[in-house]
Each structure stands twice: as structure tokens, then as C-alpha cells.
Design a protein around this ligand. Structure first.
Ligand code: FMN
Length: 206
């Protein structure tokens, strides 16, 4: 009996755009039959930096009850979906810091053979959406993960336009994810769950 597929959606968001995508990923994973954990990574920025940006401050308060990610969330999950805003074309340092706590899990092979996928948001169209996702995929390759992307597996992807994973252009947090970005996020999550479930069934039944 393969059991219910377990999905961890682990994200960082300063001003709430990536958080909205994380919520869409959780909803889609749940609809696809998964047991879902939503986890934010720990904030590392100094209080004065957060206080200087009202959107950052407000989002921090809004999500104070979201549980922080722990390495156990990775070992628990069959499928891990990461979300991060673009930071100079890469993931946010807060998410990287969490990733850098996974050495013991990696050393005993506990991160291998899971399904991984990702989503991101950026201020501008060519501001690094693809490079952010690709930089995260490099981590998955080191872990021995199975990277699942939306590709162009649904007609909606010809509108969303990013085959590497869901992404959204927020104009520095001014524009919330629209139906196109949320649909791409849902597709990314749904595919990760479907491939993860098939893999789990296959491994369990031999
Ligand atoms: C330090 C820093 C670096 C950023 N670098 C980029 C960048 O290289 N390209 C880009 O398009 N947006 C960049 N942004 C904008 C954010 O990626 C964008 O506003 C994102 O949607 C914010 O997501 P959040 O609300 O989840 O924090 C940067 C923002 C910050 C604070």
C-alpha cells in the first residue's frame, strides 16, 4: 500500500507575492490528493531592514503563524516544492540558508529520489526568473532528486511561458499573482504530485 503522497511547500517571501504562489501550490497539491505541509523558511534580515519596508513588515505579521521549515519536513516529504523571489537572478539567502542546513540529510542519502519542483517571482520579465529556478535545480541535482517541471504540458503554458516552473512578474510586489501565474503554479504542483505518486507506487509495489 503506497499511502498518501506527502508534499512540503517550502518558501521564502518578503512582501507576500511568493507566499500567494505557495498557497496556490498547496491548494493544487491538496486537490491532487496529497497531504500538504506549508512552511516558510526563517527570516534572517535585521528588524530595522524589515521595518523600513511597510510591505515587508505587513507580510511578516500576516504570516507569523505559518510554521518554519525544519530539515524534518524534507525527510517527511515525497515531493518538495520550493518557492523564492528572485534575488539578483538567484534564490533568496533565507532559502539558501535553510538549504545549507541539510548536510546531514544529504550525507545519508535522505534527499535522493524525491520529486522536486519550484516557483519564483521577480520584479521584471527578464529579471532572472529562469536563472533563479535553474540555480535551485542545481541543488536538486546534487541531492539526487527528480526534477519535475511544467514544461509545455498544458496549453496554459503557452500563455504563462516559463517551462522551468511557475513564475510571476510583480513589479517589486506591486502586482499580485494573476490567474495565469496561479494556474502555472497549480500545474507545477499538480505535475510534481502526479509524478511523485507514480514513483511512490512503483517503488512500493516493486
Ligand atoms: C535584494 C533584492 C534583489 C532583487 N533582485 C531582483 C532581480 O534580480 N530581478 C528582478 O526582477 N527582481 C528582483 N527583486 C524583486 C523581487 O524579486 C520581486 O519584487 C518579488 O516579486 C518579491 O517577492 P516577495 O513578495 O515574495 O518577496 C529583488 C528584490 C530585492 C529585495
Amino acid at each position: 500500500m503506497a499511502g498518501r503522497i506527502k508534499v512540503a511547500v517550502i518558501y521564502y517571501s518578503a512582501t507576500g507575492i511568493t507566499y500567494q504562489m505557495a498557497q496556490a501550490a498547496c491548494e493544487a497539491a491538496g486537490e491532487a490528493g496529497a497531504e500538504v505541509r506549508l512552511r516558510k523558511v526563517r527570516e534572517l534580515a535585521p528588524d530595522e531592514a524589515i521595518r523600513s519596508n511597510s510591505g515587508w513588515q505587513a507580510h511578516r505579521l500576516q504570516t507569523q503563524d505559518v510554521m518554519e521549515a525544519e530539515p524534518d519536513d524534507l525527510s517527511w516529504a515525497d515531493v518538495v516544492i520550493f518557492g523564492s523571489p528572485t534575488r539578483y537572478g538567484m534564490i533568496a539567502a533565507q532559502l539558501k540558508q535553510f538549504i545549507d542546513t541539510t548536510g546531514p540529510l544529504w550525507a545519508r542519502g535522505a534527499l535522493a529520489n524525491k520529486v522536486y519542483s519550484a516557483f519564483t517571482s521577480a520584479a521584471t520579465v527578464h529579471g532572472g526568473q529562469e536563472s533563479t529556478l535553474l540555480s535551485l535545480f542545481t541543488v536538486f541535482y546534487h541531492w539526487g532528486g527528480i526534477v519535475v517541471t511544467p514544461g509545455y504540458t498544458d496549453p496554459s503554458q503557452f500563455v504563462a511561458g516559463n517551462p522551468y516552473g511557475a513564475s510571476h512578474t510583480s513589479n517589486n510586489g506591486e502586482i499580485p499573482p494573476d490567474h495565469v501565474a496561479l494556474a502555472a503554479t497549480a500545474l507545477t504542483a499538480k505535475r510534481a504530485v502526479e509524478i511523485g505518486a507514480a514513483l511512490k507506487r512503483g517503488v512500493t509495489t516493486g
